[in-house]
Design a protein around this ligand. Structure first.
Ligand SMILES: [Zn+2]
Length: 252
């Protein structure tokens, strides 16, 4: 059981400059292999890290911003073995699957016929991929229908998705062994509707996971650099903090 990070930066500028990869991350647990937020470069990063995307059993998109979905259709074609096999589960928020006023969907109508099932998730809704129970959590982000996810299987893993800390966010991640946070900014810098390290401290202190993993860094966070912010967070929260790097594998 492990998590592999294919890309650990995010936000428009860092994505545009590809200061780090933006391929999302992959969870392997309980006989499932789930690719979360396959942004630009996911295919290339998977190849580089020797990950066989034909083995995927699920793809999940937290919201309809390109740094979370650009490679999604080709990743879906990989999961369905070049469209030959109807297999796997596709889950996403409404804007990434159906599109919305300001967003076009990440998948064509044809692509939505490829997986065994696809589902649009709303905050609070539960579904499953195999034995893993999945809960969609609300995220306070510019893409107003954005989600986070909780994966409840042999281990409980929380993922905030993008967005700033909001009152009560911790209740969705209660009891998580691992908490993955998209932390765009370091301490002392604000970007409304995105999480910075100060907000991350608040959430981690309340959830008290066994391990918290910070990733999806914007330009200022990369410059901080992440290791400095990681040390501060660990001291402040007394929780083990990992600052993810491209290609990093974490055994669960
Ligand atoms: Zn976003």
């Amino acid at each position: 059981m492990k998590i592999t990070f294919l890309g650990t930066c995010g936000g428009r500028m860092a994505t545009m400059l590809q200061v780090r990869g933006t391929g999302g991350w992959i969870l392997e647990m309980d006989d499932e292999m789930i690719h979360v937020d396959p942004g630009p470069g996911a295919m290339v990063a998977a190849k580089k890290n020797d990950i066989n995307l034909k083995k995927l059993t699920g793809i999940m998109i937290s919201h309809a911003h390109p740094d979370h979905y650009t490679d999604a259709e080709v990743v879906l074609e990989s999961m369905t073995h070049a469209t030959h096999d109807k297999r796997g589960t596709l889950l996403g928020n409404v804007n990434s699957i159906k599109g919305g006023k300001d967003y076009r969907p990440a998948f064509s109508p044809f692509h939505l016929t490829l997986p065994k099932k696809y589902e649009v998730l709303k905050p609070g809704e539960k579904t499953n991929i195999g034995k893993i129970e999945i809960t969609a959590t609300p995220a306070k982000h510019r893409e107003e229908k954005a989600l986070g996810f909780v994966f409840n299987g042999s281990k409980k893993i929380g993922y905030t998705g993008d967005g700033e800390y909001y009152e009560g966010q911790e209740k969705y991640f209660e009891g998580c062994d691992y908490l993955i946070l998209n932390v765009l900014r370091p301490r002392g810098t604000e970007w409304p509707q995105h999480m910075n390290v100060t907000m991350a401290k608040k959430l981690i202190s309340k959830v008290k996971p066994k391990v918290a993993i910070i990733q999806h860094f914007g330009m200022l966070m990369i410059k901080a650099p992440p290791e400095k912010e990681r040390k501060w967070l660990q001291k402040e929260t007394s929780v083990k903090i990992i600052a993810a790097k491209d290609g990093m594998k974490i055994d669960l």
